[in-house]
Structure formats: C-alpha cells, structure tokens
Design a protein around this ligand. Structure first.
Ligand code: APR
Length: 245
C-alpha cells in the first residue's frame, strides 16, 4: 500500500495534506477524541464562545491548562518534518491543518492554512489589536489589552465562531485544485473542516489516509488507508518516495 500511495503522490500535479490532532500526538499533545482524548477529561463547551464571554476567567484557566502549558515546549515530530521535506521537494503544495499548535511552521512547512487559527496570537475583543502570546503575561487571567483594556482571546476558533478568512477560502480552494489529498490524524467529526476532504474527493482527488484507527472518512472517501501512527507512516512513505526519485 505504501508503494501505491507513493506512486499516486509522485504522479500528482497538486498534492495537499489535511491534518488533525493525531499528527501531533507523538509530539506529546493529546488528541481531542479517542484514547487519552481531551474531551474525555474536559467539557468542550468550555470553549464555546458564549461560555467564554460569560465565564471568561474560567474558560481562560482551562484553556491555559490544556494548551498554553505545552505550547512552545512541544516539538514537531517526524511526520511534521516529512511534510515539510515533501514540500521542499515539490511533492506537496500545501498543508491545511485543523491544529492550532504551530508545529507545521516549526517543522519548516511554508504554505500552511490554519483552519482553526493559532495559539501563537491573542486578539482584543474590544479594539481587535493582535498580540504575540509571548508579549502577554498569562499568569494574570483574563489577559487585557494594553491599548484599550478589552479582554484578550486566543486567536483560535471557539465553538460557535466563524472560520477565519482567508484560511477558510484558501482551504476549500486547495481542495478544489488538488488531485491528491493526504488525510493525517483526524476523526472527520467536526464541521465545516470535515467538508474539505469531501470537496477534494468530489473534484477527483485520490484520498490517502494515515490513521492507526478508521475515521469517518475511511468507509466513505478514502482510497488508500495506511493504518499506522503518523510518524511511522510518513517514514515508510518517504522511503517509497525516495525509490521513485
Ligand atoms: N498518528 C496518527 N493519527 C493518530 C495518532 C497518531 N499517533 N493518534 C491518534 N490518531 C488519530 C485518532 O485515531 C483520531 O482519528 O487522530 C485522530 C484525532 O481525532 P480528534 O481528536 O477528533 O482530532 P481532530 O479530528 O483534529 O478534531 C477536529 O475538533 O475539537 C475540535 O477544534 C478541534 O481541530 C479540532 C477538531
């Protein structure tokens, strides 16, 4: 199966990767669902925008515990680096990611569409001023804007919020132009992100899926299922791609 997947990637005009929390599990970031899933321990509604507006301090406390305790400490793994290497070799055109951990950028990927935003920025709900998270002391919650005193929010998409532009448009544009789409580490349970692989499929893209477990995509749109962990699968895939060079 790896040799077949490598041939599809090699012969594609435009191969794009679509990643979810699973690609960062081997970097030490737990997924949201499944074994050791965050939603088994935390209530996802803590990250609903209405809850955040009403219970800002509590939402920030949980958010900091889950995300900012590890943000900046965890490192990319072989899977992130492999995607960056594929891009450098012109085997991959872009990464569309649901992840907010910035690990694709740290691994050296260049064209990245962050469909759910990123932890690396905070935004003022009052004047919309943006801050690098490193500029703000998160020991004092909720953090406030230095300019207008408004509440700062992580620049990630909370439940009930719209997907940011241009990431939304660019992500669906990638799906409409790709003839090869590599899904890595995602359950396919959250809309509208989970519509992107389907859009690629309906445009005729070959769907290669990397996941140790089946997802919602596996029985419906996946053409080649590589049932390994992301770093194991990407190492095998890179070996097969090297043979085709
Ligand atoms: N390598 C590859 N895949 C893995 C690994 C691994 N080592 N470990 C787990 N997985 C797979 C799981 O089998 C599962 O299919 O990663 C997936 C993780 O699923 P989710 O936690 O649901 O992550 P994701 O699909 O990205 O969630 C989508 O939900 O809560 C929202 O905004 C959040 O972006 C997130 C969205």
């Amino acid at each position: 199966m790896y040799a077949k997947a490598a041939k599809i990637i090699k012969s594609a005009n435009r191969c794009v990767a679509f990643t979810g929390a699973g690609i960062s599990v081997e970097s030490g970031i737990p997924p949201f669902r499944g074994e050791n899933g965050l939603w088994n321990r935390y209530d996802p509604m803590t990250f609903d925008i209405q809850y955040f507006m009403k219970h800002t301090r509590h939402s920030w406390e949980v958010f900091r515990e889950i995300f900012y305790e590890v943000f900046g400490r965890v490192k990319p793994n072989l899977a992130h680096y492999s995607l960056a290497e594929m891009e450098a070799k012109n085997l991959l055109k872009a990464v569309v990611t649901q992840n907010v951990d910035n690990l694709h950028a740290e691994a050296g990927s260049r064209t990245i569409h962050e469909f759910h935003g990123s932890l690396k920025k905070l935004i003022c709900l009052g004047c919309k001023r943006e801050y690098k998270v490193s500029e703000i002391d998160l020991d004092i919650l909720p953090p406030v804007c230095l300019q207008c005193g408004g509440i700062l929010k992580p620049d990630v998409v909370f439940f009930g919020e719209d997907i940011p532009e241009p990431a939304r448009a660019h992500s669906f544009d990638e799906a409409s132009r790709a003839d090869c789409f590599i899904l890595i580490g995602t359950t396919g349970t959250v809309a509208p992100a989970n519509m992107i692989p389907g859009a690629a499929k309906s445009n005729g893209a070959g769907i290669i899926e990397i996941n140790p477990f089946p997802s919602a995509y596996t029985p419906s749109i996946t053409d080649i299922f590589l049932g390994d962990k992301a770093s194991v699968a990407m190492e095998k895939l890179m070996e097969e791609l090297d043979k085709l060079e």
